[in-house]
Every structure is written in structure tokens, then in C-alpha cells.
Ligand binder design. Structure first.
Ligand SMILES: [Zn+2]
Length: 412
């Protein structure tokens, strides 16, 4: 009965959703990393606005964790926790969303002002409406429905709004984890900051990322007398082909990922000599590796070193290897973890579909939590228009996502 009341209440929140989105969109919250305008007070303004909003709507337990950053006018970046007490407080359902947005980009590609909400039927347009207001607003609406229907959830429902997600999280979740880690083993953690149009993908894992730079050094000379030099481009080309051996060496498969294997792709190639009749003495290219969590990046680079040494000896060149970027994979959230089972059940109850755990190519904020052994999922029903022009979110998706969150909070 309580469940039914709460879900029904959320069904009636269309107006509340557009009102809150309108207010959030009008407070551009850009990280000072994009440093250009005084808009960089935005995160603080957005945090302060939300605190007032939540107090006005009956939230009584709000904590803020301020991360010092002297690049912003107030000197700190906000992180906010709003908690609705449940029947048991040793066990919390977390909804973590971020306050910051990315710049709108080329304004001529927008059909409306990115900082003024436009509503067209079920669809809202504006910078941030999806990334990450969709998750933020869904969390707020789930909690408001509990408060307004005077319903005590089975466990605490806590909303965590963090700064700096788009620029590395040093002043956001990383700061929170380091200074005032609020998470306990056994908590259920949802990061509604990614998803699929039908809501069936529950992200539980990501691959590690290694971007490697290869610098091949031979000897430059005139192309008519190649015997006097060592062609770095030819050696580099042979090396690129030889690196395909990595696919065979590291052929483990994990079916939750698409594709299910580690991948090793040569990508960027730097210019070498400017003219056709010179044998290049130097050549530089890059390899983008996406590596399954079960494989260590050190093992991969050891194999790459071996292959490079072989080619270097054969062509009498030097091959220098360096990391352009390295992010070791966080341990995956087990597919049978309580948070995965609970959200899959709630998605089925609310949306009537079978959701499945999936892995992605790399780079979500959930990794910071998984590294601390905190199982968490990234999920939402969304079209993924984030970061583009005309970013949009559906009111019906926010209502549905809020119902999934409320369902998770209420289920025993
Ligand atoms: Zn985001």
C-alpha cells in the first residue's frame, strides 16, 4: 500500500520536475578548469540553491562537505548529502549525482538558449538536463515522495551531490572519500549518470585504459641512398602490425563487455618529415588499449616491450615507450551483488523489462568507489545526449527513474 502511494505520488510530479530543472539549468555550474567567466561560482550557487530547495521541501538532515579551491570566489567547492531516515540506518541507498556541467560548445548548433529550459511535450532541453540533472532530479523526487507521503523507507535514502565530476573529481567524490567517507560496506550505491534508451543496461564494470606512445628513432638520410640511414617509418609500420599479436596473447573473454575482449588499437600518428624524398629518422604513433579488469596493465606493457625490442633489433632502430594515460581498471561490481539484484528487480517492477549487467570501455566515476570495494552500479533510462548541443531529457524517464529509486528504498 505504502509502495503504491509513493509511486503514484511520483507519477504526479511532472510540474515539479520541470520547475526544478528550470531553476538548475539557469545556474551554469562550470568547473574553474574551463576558466573564462565568473560563471565559475556556479557550483557553489547551485549547491546553495539545492540546500534551500531541500529544506523547503521537508529535508531535515543535510550535511555539506566543502573542498577548498582558491580558484573559485568563495574558496570552496560544494558537496552535499541529504538523508531521509529509514527503518534501519545501518544500511543506506545512495544516489550520487554531480552538480557541474560541461560548457555548451558552439551556440549556433543549439536551437534554444542552453541556460533557459525549453520544454516540448515530454522533452526538456538545456545544458545539464540529462548530465546530470536527470539523476539528481530523480533522486530528489523519490525522496520528496517519501517525505510528502510520510512514508519511512526500509533503509536510509541518501542523496549525494558532488562537484567537479567533469574535470577529474579531485574536489568532488575523491575529496569526499578521502576526508569524510560516508559509505559503509553493505550500502547500495546508484550512480545515475549513464544508461541506455530502454533502461536495460546496468553498468557494473569498466575496462582499464592505457594510451601508449611509441617513438621510433632511426637515421634520417636522402631517399635515394637508403643504405645510409634507418627508416623509422618502415620500422614503425612493422611494429604496428606486430602489435596485433596482443589480441592473441590477451584473448580472455568476459561476456558482460561489448566487445568481450581487451582491445589494442593503433590510433594517432604524428607527422614525420615534410618532404617525400627524405627517409624519416623519427616516427611517432599511439596505441589505445582497453584492458579487461582481469588483465594487469603491467603484463600488457611487458609484452609490448618484448614485441618492440624484437622489431627494434630487426630494423636497427630504437623504440621508446611512454604512457600518455594510464587508468588501471577498478575491480568489477559482482553481477550478483545486492545492489545489482535490487535494481534489476526494481527496474522490472517499474519499467516491466529485464535489465542486464554490462561492462563499458572505461572511464566512469564509479571506479573511485569500486576501488574502495564499494559495489555500485551506473544506471538510468536515458538517450545519452550529454555533452552535445540540444542536450535533452524526458520527463517520463525522470518519473520512471525516481520510481525505481523509491522502489529500491522501500523494498525489504
Ligand atoms: Zn555526468
Amino acid at each position: 500500500m505504502e509502495m503504491k502511494n509513493v509511486l503514484q505520488k511520483i507519477d504526479g510530479y511532472s510540474e515539479e520536475i520541470t520547475t526544478l530543472q528550470r531553476e538548475l539549468v539557469a545556474i551554469p555550474a562550470l568547473s574553474p578548469t574551463y576558466d573564462e567567466k565568473p560563471e565559475h561560482t556556479g557550483e557553489a550557487k547551485k549547491g546553495a540553491f539545492l540546500k534551500t530547495y531541500l529544506e523547503r521541501h521537508g529535508f531535515t538532515d543535510i550535511t555539506s562537505i566543502e573542498a577548498p579551491d582558491d580558484r573559485v570566489p568563495g574558496g570552496t567547492r560544494p558537496n552535499l548529502i541529504a538523508r531521509v531516515r529509514g527503518a534501519r540506518s545501518d544500511h543506506t541507498l545512495w544516489v550520487m549525482a554531480h552538480l557541474d556541467i560541461v560548457p555548451p560548445g558552439d551556440l549556433s548548433k543549439w536551437n534554444s538558449d542552453p541556460y533557459a529550459l525549453k520544454v516540448d511535450g515530454d522533452v526538456m532541453y538545456g545544458r545539464g538536463v540529462e548530465d546530470n540533472h536527470q539523476g539528481l532530479v530523480a533522486g530528489v523526487m523519490a525522496a520528496r515522495a517519501l517525505i510528502e507521503s510520510k512514508t519511512t523507507p526500509a533503509r536510509d535514502l541518501a542523496l549525494l551531490f558532488v562537484s567537479d565530476e567533469e574535470c577529474g573529481s579531485d574536489y568532488g567524490i575523491s575529496y569526499v572519500l578521502e576526508h569524510q567517507n560516508p559509505f559503509k560496506q553493505g550500502d547500495l550505491i546508484l550512480v545515475p549518470d549513464g544508461g541506455s534508451p530502454d533502461g536495460s543496461e546496468v553498468e557494473v564494470a569498466e575496462k582499464g585504459i592505457a594510451w601508449l606512445k611509441f617513438k621510433i628513432t632511426g637515421t634520417q638520410c636522402h631517399a635515394s641512398i637508403p643504405q645510409k640511414g634507418n627508416n623509422a617509418l618502415r620500422a614503425g609500420a612493422h611494429l604496428i602490425v606486430a602489435l596485433d599479436e596482443l589480441q592473441t596473447i590477451f584473448n580472455d573473454e568476459d561476456p558482460i563487455f561489448i566487445p568481450p575482449t581487451s582491445t589494442f588499437e593503433p590510433t594517432k600518428k604524428e607527422a614525420n618529415v615534410p618532404n617525400v624524398n627524405t627517409i624519416p629518422g623519427e616516427d611517432i604513433f599511439f596505441l589505445d588499449c582497453r584492458i579487461l579488469p582481469s588483465v594487469s596493465i603491467d603484463r600488457v606493457t611487458a609484452e609490448i616491450r618484448k614485441i618492440s625490442d624484437r622489431i627494434a633489433a630487426k630494423f636497427n632502430v630504437a623504440v621508446e615507450l611512454s604512457f600518455e594515460q594510464r587508468d588501471d581498471a577498478a575491480p568489477a561490481t559482482p553481477v550478483d551483488a545486492p545492489v545489482v539484484r535490487r535494481i534489476t528487480h526494481s527496474i522490472k517492477e517499474v519499467y516491466g523489462i529485464e535489465a542486464k549487467p554490462i561492462g563499458v570501455g572505461g572511464g566512469t566515476v564509479a571506479a573511485a568507489l569500486r576501488r574502495l570495494d564499494l559495489p555500485c552500479v551506473v544506471w538510468s533510462k536515458m538517450d545519452e545526449t550529454m555533452h552535445g548541443p540540444n542536450e535533452c531529457a524526458k520527463i517520463s524517464n525522470i518519473i520512471g527513474d525516481a520510481k525505481v529509486i523509491a522502489h529500491m528504498a522501500l523494498s525489504e
